[in-house]
Design a protein around this ligand. Structure first.
Ligand code: ATP
Length: 360
């Protein structure tokens, strides 16, 4: 068992708050990802969980037992860092087994455990090599092997893929996800990459300025972002935003901006008329393009189109507002051609213009 709970945890460095009153429970065997832009406090949070950093306030519990005052080596965790920090003169086997050697585990047991970890990571044939004889991806696997050879309740991973090239990152992403299933332990993963967060996690905690903005499943974060920050951070390319106001016209609720007037249908239309000024959000894949006029569509001009393979990303200029649409290939209209843009009424998001809170 390893349920990790943070209760009102804060961390300041010289008066500057890095993590602000953070409360979070990571369930036993869950894969939870802390994601957010650089400097939002995710690494500091992870370092407090593993004991490399002491919280300024609040408490951390493992399975209900307070661990805030326990040093890192007395906590039931194993950490993988961004820099693999392999010992260059030791073989892969010695690197993986090092922690066990330090714990004075018998040699035969170490050999067995190293082989088991290597088997899980498919690096059995590399055990006699030195780190310099390995590719980046293989080194990353050794670093993971070093962490999983220790049977810890929770594995903490701080941007473990950020030193790999894009192709290898995609490969290792799936491997770490599979590793989580195989070792059946709690994983807490830190990344600034929203795709990693979306693809790997059971739940995602989106952080900004030391504060969790939303903690939910990837689907919920994507479908029902709690605020404009989460909506724009999760999703690539990001959600389109238009600032305007809510109005009632002929008995229907509409969103009106200088670029367009869009009829709203529930659930995207809160009936609280107090919120007049709003931001409308719509994801690129929820826009439809037509070469001919369609009732309710908005005329615009093709600004640029970028083929992505199965889809084309088309930027459309509607009265000076640029909206990105992701539409299936082929899309054949050239620059500055007239195009008609449809917004799926069931897929609209509304946010306040003040703090960007979602209006559900
Ligand atoms: P990144 O993705 O860039 O690693 P992060 O979200 O992990 O960012 P943290 O490393 O947790 O962010 O840092 C949060 C804030 O705390 C930053 O403003 C950072 O400058 C500050 N900080 C972190 N460690 C220290 C330290 N040892 N001394 C002073 N300030 C620190």
């Amino acid at each position: 068992m390893a349920e990790v709970r943070l209760e009102g945890v804060s961390k300041s460095f010289g008066g500057k708050t890095a993590v602000d009153d953070l409360t979070l429970t990571v369930e036993d065997r869950e894969f939870l990802t802390l994601v957010g832009p650089s400097g939002c406090g995710k690494s500091t949070t992870l370092r407090m969980i593993c004991g490399l950093e002491r919280a300024t306030a609040g408490n951390i519990f493992f399975d209900g037992k307070p661990v805030s005052w326990l040093p890192a080596n007395k906590r039931d965790v194993s950490m993988v860092f961004q820099s693999y920090a392999l010992y260059p003169h030791k073989t892969v086997a010695q690197n993986i087994g090092f922690a066990l050697k330090m714990m004075r585990v018998p040699k035969a047991t170490i050999a067995e455990e190293v082989r088991r970890a290597a088997r899980t990571l498919d690096i059995e044939d590399l055990l006699d090599r030195k780190p310099r004889e390995l590719s980046g991806g293989q080194r990353q696997r050794v670093a993971l092997g070093r962490a999983i050879v220790r049977d810890a309740g929770a594995y903490l991973l701080d941007e473990p893929l950020s030193n790999l090239d894009a192709q290898l990152r995609v490969l290792m992403r799936a491997e770490i996800k599979r590793l989580h299933v195989d070792v059946a332990r709690t994983f807490i993963y830190v990344t600034h990459d929203q795709v990693e967060a979306m693809t790997m996690s059971d739940r995602i905690a989106v952080m900004r300025d030391g504060v969790i903005q939303q903690c939910a499943t990837p689907e919920e974060i994507y479908e029902r972002p709690a605020n404009r920050f989460v909506a724009s951070f999760m999703g690539s390319p990001p959600m389109n935003f238009l600032t305007g106001e809510l109005a009632d016209a002929d008995g229907t609720r509409v969103f009106r901006s200088p670029a367009l007037t869009q009829t709203l249908t529930p659930p995207a239309a809160p009936l609280d008329a107090v919120e007049r000024a709003v931001v409308l959000g719509i994801r690129p894949e929820d826009l439809t393009l037509s070469t001919t006029p369609v009732q309710g569509y908005h005329p615009g001009k093709v600004f640029v189109s970028e083929p992505l393979g199965p889809d084309v990303l088309v930027t459309v200029n509607i009265e000076g507002e640029l909206l990105k649409a992701r539409v299936p290939t082929p899309f054949r209209l050239g620059h500055d051609s007239t195009v008609y843009v449809g917004l799926d009424p069931a897929r609209l998001h509304l946010f306040t213009t003040t703090d960007g809170t979602a209006l559900h």
